[in-house]
Design a protein around this ligand. Structure first.
Ligand SMILES: Cc1cc2nc3c(=O)[nH]c(=O)nc-3n(C[C@H](O)[C@H](O)[C@H](O)COP(=O)(O)OP(=O)(O)OC[C@H]3O[C@@H](n4cnc5c(N)ncnc54)[C@H](O)[C@@H]3O)c2cc1C
Ligand SMILES: *[C@@H]1O[C@H](CO)[C@@H](O)[C@H](O)[C@H]1NC(C)=O
Ligand SMILES: *[C@@H]1O[C@H](CO)[C@@H](O)[C@H](O)[C@H]1NC(C)=O
Ligand SMILES: *[C@@H]1O[C@H](CO)[C@@H](O)[C@H](O)[C@H]1NC(C)=O
Ligand SMILES: *[C@@H]1O[C@H](CO)[C@@H](O)[C@H](O)[C@H]1NC(C)=O
Ligand SMILES: *[C@@H]1O[C@H](CO)[C@@H](O)[C@H](O)[C@H]1NC(C)=O
Ligand SMILES: *[C@@H]1O[C@H](CO)[C@@H](O)[C@H](O)[C@H]1NC(C)=O
Ligand SMILES: *[C@@H]1O[C@H](CO)[C@@H](O)[C@H](O)[C@H]1NC(C)=O
Ligand SMILES: *[C@@H]1O[C@H](CO)[C@@H](O)[C@H](O)[C@H]1NC(C)=O
Ligand SMILES: *[C@@H]1O[C@H](CO)[C@@H](O)[C@H](O)[C@H]1NC(C)=O
Length: 602
């Protein structure tokens, strides 16, 4: 079986028009060629190794290290430390769990790159790009490895890891671009010089009493996929999307040239990098983003814990709350809510699920009491009034208000179900949909029907929450509705109040057929239930289902063709490729039954 697939891979070069060279191809660079690359990057090239290699028979077997891998496997901070540590490996080819139980007899790199340049400066990036082009090797750009669609993975690839490019996080009390470019922004800013994560920025921002628009989860990278692909945040309602905050990028182009992009120079590239997705136009090595003055925050948390009620009644209540979201958003609320299996929070309730909501409102000091009064009255009259009749034997409804002196106090305490997200596995599929005001307001009945599709395995199956989590990201409305000049996010964002995400899981020991059935049920039946209520809207490309056949339209909307022109202008030879990124339709992975394989011209 193995010999056969190796033969098949070796043949790919001749069968397909043009493929990137892989380690089993005669065209794979020789050791001395790799050594020359290593010298040109001052010894920063490494051969990668699967994280859980110590769990498998061979020279690297090590019981103790294997135990550490098992213990830390869901810790995303831990995974980020490895060049091939991924939150969501596309294919699980080296699990640290009991390898016997999953029938993994060998551990391979799978979709992880085989070589990595631990870049520390722009020249390392340029050397890696040049090598990949000259030797027809697949190239992968990786920051934290958080990408859910697998865009920072690639079988048989050379990776450029930007995590250790670190020229500092610099605060500007007022920001003037070095090239004298005139900006409309007169406030402060941070320049982020490399592979920092949002936690680093939140710390820096708090020390200057500032708010930066960053990830709901502090472990997400700043300058990579998040910023370039959109970026929603507990503060995007107030200030716009993450990408709307970018004032300038420094970029290593496919040609190796280093350029500044802003509203004066390379404006097309600047625009593409503000919403058109990471990994395909060039390598960003620095970004300057807006920093806003901080304010006190009013926080609110709502827990709905069914005691005697069933799942159907919980979904009824959830749909009703969801239909009120635009009213909450217009009153200043934003944040995250979730409906998840009660076992995930160590509760045992007959309905099998609970609803948690954590929202907050920024309080302007010059209008504090009116803002607080208005926000409290909207939430009380629109949401709590409908819920209170259920409080008692059927449900426990907990409603708690908090006052925070600053955004960081709010973020650290309540920002939502988002903080400290565990790393995932390959046995998971996430899909998202943007909801505008008409799809929510006064639409509870249809939302409830949609839930019945989402929380069932087929139209005739009973409701079940066992393998499904619902994230309700109330991160739109407000400033998100205002298009920022020089951005290229899917224009559907500018109508979005809510981003709905469904995460579907299946057991690791599922047969490939079961996994396939679950995936297609999610891609088609469940996603279509969301699409039916949101015509003309889209999916958030960073939190999306890569198998969505309408990915171009759903991820990029009407901007796709323009973005493709920018891609072709700055990367005419396709040095950069990532799955479902702009321009990716020119390439296809020959995956076979293993789920990964050589990258060939389509
Ligand atoms: C636990 C978790 C929580 C999340 N929370 C949020 C959230 O609150 N809000 C939100 O909007 N999204 C969130 N996301 C989604 C997140 O925005 C994406 O996963 C994003 O792609 C992560 O970017 P990264 O650079 O950290 O990851 P990577 O996987 O390293 O990179 C992602 C993509 O960007 C490219 N890339 C990376 N660095 C560069 C660079 N320097 N130049 C050019 N291209 C680059 C890569 O090639 C790849 O295509 C979350 C994801 C996870 C796993
Ligand atoms: C690259 O060079 C460094 C320093 O000489 C060495 O430690 C490392 O193993 C080399 N990498 C590869 C892939 O050979
Ligand atoms: C996760 O891993 C990091 C890095 O090794 C470590 O510092 C941290 O304590 C771990 N977190 C948990 C909850 O174990
Ligand atoms: C792994 O699974 C095998 C077979 O089920 C079992 O014999 C073995 O004890 C397990 N090992 C561990 C560490 O759980
Ligand atoms: C600056 O503001 C003007 C007027 O509102 C607008 O037309 C222009 O596009 C803005 N420029 C930038 C770079 O945001
Ligand atoms: C769930 O509870 C509601 C209200 O008590 C009831 O009308 C409905 O029949 C129940 N559904 C199921 C599937 O038990
Ligand atoms: C103060 O807040 C209230 C409630 O949100 C709002 O109606 C009013 O317009 C605000 N006043 C000022 C001066 O901003
Ligand atoms: C719901 O009932 C419980 C128990 O009586 C009570 O503690 C709680 O405050 C009530 N919830 C609300 C929102 O009033
Ligand atoms: C693993 O192997 C055992 C024994 O051969 C078999 O019974 C089981 O179905 C296999 N599991 C999977 C997920 O293939
Ligand atoms: C999954 O099923 C679809 C048909 O529904 C088929 O086209 C596809 O090849 C299958 N994929 C795998 C990996 O088996």
């Amino acid at each position: 079986m193995r010999a056969f697939s190796l033969l098949l891979l070796a043949g790919a070069q001749t069968v397909f028009a043009k493929c990137k060279c892989t380690p089993t191809d005669p065209c794979w660079p020789s050791l001395s060629t790799w050594n020359a690359l290593n010298s040109s990057v001052d010894g920063k090239l490494i051969n990668t190794q699967p994280m859980a290699q110590p769990c498998y028979p061979g020279p690297d077997y090590n019981d103790e290290l294997c135990q550490v891998m098992s213990d830390e496997w869901t810790n995303s901070t831990f995974r980020e430390l490895s060049p091939v540590g991924y939150c969501y490996p596309r294919v699980d080819t080296c699990s640290p769990a009991n390898m016997t139980s999953a029938n993994h007899t060998q551990c391979t790199l799978g979709t992880s790159p085989v070589y990595a340049i631990i870049a520390t400066e722009p020249d390392d990036v340029a050397a890696g790009i040049k090598f990949a082009k000259d030797n027809n090797v697949r190239l992968v750009i990786k920051n934290t490895g958080h990408d859910i669609v697998g865009r920072s993975q690639g079988y048989g690839a050379l990776m450029i890891w930007i995590k250790y490019i670190k020229t500092g996080v610099t605060y500007h009390e007022t920001y003037t671009p070095s090239d004298g470019c005139q900006l409309n922004w007169t406030g402060s800013a941070f320049t982020v010089g490399g592979g920092y994560v949002w936690e680093d920025l939140y710390t820096a921002a708090a020390s200057h009493d500032r708010i930066v628009v960053g990830g709901g989860d502090p472990t997400v990278g700043v300058i990579g996929g998040y910023l370039q692909g959109g970026g929603h945040s507990p503060s995007s309602h107030l200030f716009g999307l993450g990408t709307d905050q970018v004032l300038e990028y420094t970029v290593v182009l496919a040609s190796g040239e280093i350029v500044t992009t802003n509203t004066c120079q390379n404006t097309d590239l600047f625009t593409a990098l503000r919403g058109g997705g990471g990994g395909t136009y060039g390598v960003v090595i620095s970004a300057t983003i807006k920093a806003h003055p901080t304010h006190p925050f009013l926080g609110h948390s709502l827990d709905i814990i069914p005691k005697a009620a069933n799942l159907s009644t919980l979904l009824h209540l959830t749909a009703n709350i969801m239909s009120k979201y635009p009213l909450l958003s217009d009153a200043g609320f934003s944040g995250y809510a979730e409906l998840l299996p009660s076992s995930d929070v160590s509760l045992s309730v007959p309905a099998g699920a609970v609803y948690f909501q954590n929202f907050g409102v920024m309080v302007p000091p010059d209008n504090a009491s009116a803002t607080i009064q208005h926000a409290r009255s909207v939430l009380t009259s629109q949401v709590l009034a409908d819920l209170l009749p259920y409080n008692g034997t059927a449900f426990l409804i907990k409603s708690t208000w908090y006052n925070f002196p600053s955004f960081s106090a709010y973020y650290n305490t309540i920002s939502g179900g988002r903080s400290t997200n565990p790393a995932g596995t390959s046995d998971i599929l996430l899909t998202s949909r943007m909801f505008d005001k008409p799809s929510l307001l006064n639409n509870a009945e249809n939302l409830e029907k949609m839930f019945h599709t989402i929380f069932s395995a087929s139209d005739s199956a009973p409701l079940s929450v066992t393998d499904t989590v619902l994230y309700l990201c109330l991160i739109g409305g407000g400033q998100v509705l205002h298009p920022a000049p020089y951005t290229s996010v899917n224009p559907a964002w500018r109508k979005t109040y809510l981003l709905t995400e469904i995460i579907v899981l299946w057991p690791e020991d599922s047969s490939p057929q079961t996994a396939n059935r679950t995936i297609s049920d999610t891609t088609f039946r469940k996603s279509n239930a969301m699409k039916a209520l949101t015509p003309g809207m889209g999916s958030y490309l960073n939190e999306a289902d890569g198998s969505d056949p309408a990915w171009k339209e759903d991820f990029y909307g009407p901007n796709y063709d323009w973005l493709l022109e920018v891609k072709k202008k700055y990367d005419p030879e396709d040095a950069f490729y990532c799955w479902r990124c702009v321009g990716s339709e020119s390439w296809a992975e020959v995956t076979g039954t293993r789920g990964y394989g050589p990258l060939c011209q389509a």
